[in-house]
Design a binder for this molecule. Structure first.
Ligand code: COA
Length: 159
């Protein structure tokens, strides 16, 4: 069975990677989909986010990375995928995730969302909090893959 793990991934964290690894053991093929929201301010371009994702998933044979601008359900129809994977980090994620799952289901009858509970050690992680800590020279080792840590530091040099 094929599934999509959509997100902004600005940048991918170890929390995302944990979800990807766990899903890759349960599904035949996972597409990690970088959704482009031009109205949001990002640290990394879509291409940079894709490159980082490709690098950190290079050892996972059934994982591919793609990007899309538009509705997730349109990508799903175009690519004949009906399953969406999302991670739940805390109860506070639930309301927003439920809203998205219901809307996606309204837009696409066959779209179903599967939720994975994020592991405890990643339940407080987000891309923004990692970027904020890094911007004040805080230690982000272990929160993101090494290549991502280097990429964040490189970005911040130019700020
Ligand atoms: N580990 C660590 N961090 C996690 C995480 C995990 N397991 N799961 C989520 N997060 C963090 C992300 O890093 C992100 O942090 P940030 O806000 O600091 O950048 C935050 O939680 C939000 O997660 P993200 O996966 O980026 O989702 P999102 O809420 O920004 O967007 C989309 C969700 C992109 C899937 C959704 O907006 C979408 O489908 N867009 C396409 C347009 C569309 O179809 N809209 C209608 C949807 S009903």
């Amino acid at each position: 069975m094929k599934a999509i793990y959509p997100g902004t991934f600005d940048p991918v964290t170890n929390g995302h990677l944990d979800i990807i690894k766990r899903c890759s053991k349960k599904f035949d093929k996972i597409t990690v989909l970088v959704l482009n929201n031009p109205s949001k301010k990002h640290m990394f371009t879509v291409e940079e986010r894709i490159d980082l994702l490709k690098d950190v998933t290079k050892n996972l044979e059934n994982v591919e990375v793609d990007s899309f601008t538009g509705l997730l359900v349109d990508y799903m129809r175009e690519n004949q995928v009906e399953l969406i994977i999302r991670g739940l980090r805390a109860v506070s994620d639930f309301e927003y995730e439920m809203q998205m799952a219901l809307m996606n289901n309204r837009l696409h009858d066959d779209a179903e969302t599967f939720f994975l509970i994020a592991r405890n050690q990643y339940s407080y992680l987000s891309s923004s909090i990692v970027k904020e800590v890094a911007s004040f020279n805080g230690n982000i080792t272990g929160l993101v893959p090494e290549t991502v840590e280097l990429a964040i530091k490189e970005k911040l040099k130019g700020v």
